[in-house]
Ligand binder design. Sequence first.
Ligand code: ASP
Ligand code: MG
Length: 416
Amino acid sequence: MNAGARLCVQKYGGTSVADPDRLRAVGARIVRRLESGTGVVVVVSAMGKTTDDLIKLAHQVTARPGGRELDMLLSTGEMVSSALLAMVLRERGHPAIGLTGAQAGVRTDSTFNRARITEIDTRRIEAELAQDQVVIIAGFQGITSEADVTTLGRGGSDTTAVALAAALGAKTAEIYTDVDGVYTTDPRVDPKARKLHDIAYEEMLEMAAQGARVLHPRAVELGLLYDVPILVASSFRDTVPGTIIRRQVAMEPTNRVRGIALDRDVAAVTVRAVPDRPGIAAQLFGPLADAAISVDTIVQNASVERLTDLTFSVAQDDWRRAQEIVEPVARAIGAAEVIADHHMAKVSIVGTGMQTAPGYAATMFRALAEASINIQLITTSDIRITALVADASGEAAVRVLHAAFQLDEPVEASRD
Ligand code: ASP
Ligand code: MG
């Protein structure tokens, strides 16, 4: 058995370490795990809203905080939590040591504010574990080859935890947070949402890309890449089982839709009556890319009399700029007009079972039609079908689909 098999990596999010009482509760939870004979490596987020506060602070001295100094500033939030949690454990008589990302050997590239982990040199961590220390690592940060501090992008502590679990050969990465797992849909949108026992990495990535915010998506990507199962569970409610994100889910539930995602940050831009000839799409989308506007869905209709409508979606913050960029191009190529609608939402059904079984699209469209919800645009991937609808009907669409795919009914628990 390798050393990692008796090691667990736990990550505690901002609300879980928000104040001294919460830190003590986390300490108690770690001690219980230690008593079962496992080594524990802990990754912490900054306390409560610390990161937001630090960003606000930076804005008070400059209109454009960013780059290296912002990372210097933000990285302090996680350091505070790691030092305090180590003190809490020592106070309870357990040897513990807090480490910054750099001390823990987390190396990154030098893309400040959204650096990627390039490698983890685990020697220091392993040496501390060999001394029976609980190792408490500041999440969300690393160090470049030039010894500059970096951060991994908002929510990046999840990624630190999964990367560490992979590097240390731990069996799972346990993410403790203020939600108690991954739900079939957002329970605030549909109270009938159910917690999933497990979900496949790919499904989780699709859910996240379509607006479900439970984990940092790169944490899930790393889990997939290194085959590290990720447990998402509540740090507040000890006895409540969480959700495991992993490679395969059991037979039964793979054969159905696993979740419904709602993304309300959507605007659609339609270029009407575009002449249908080669090179037009390149002319339209080149300038958008140059302006760093990320275009999500693109749909071009079949042409009628050599004219075609072209619709694409962007984040709501970008729709005005997108329209401004596209309008002169549209005029130049002889398109009729550009229409933007920024009150849109994307509703998606997600499930690996869709790859092999037909009928999901038909069921989805029928259910929406019966609820008189108009679909403005449809896109699909292997394991997802997305409909663009008016924002005002987004939540209703979620509820209709949740019922249509029987997600409010219990699924047999999977057999590992
Ligand atoms: N503290 C950072 C943030 O708020 C990183 C994290 O919590 O994962 O984004
Ligand atoms: Mg977080």
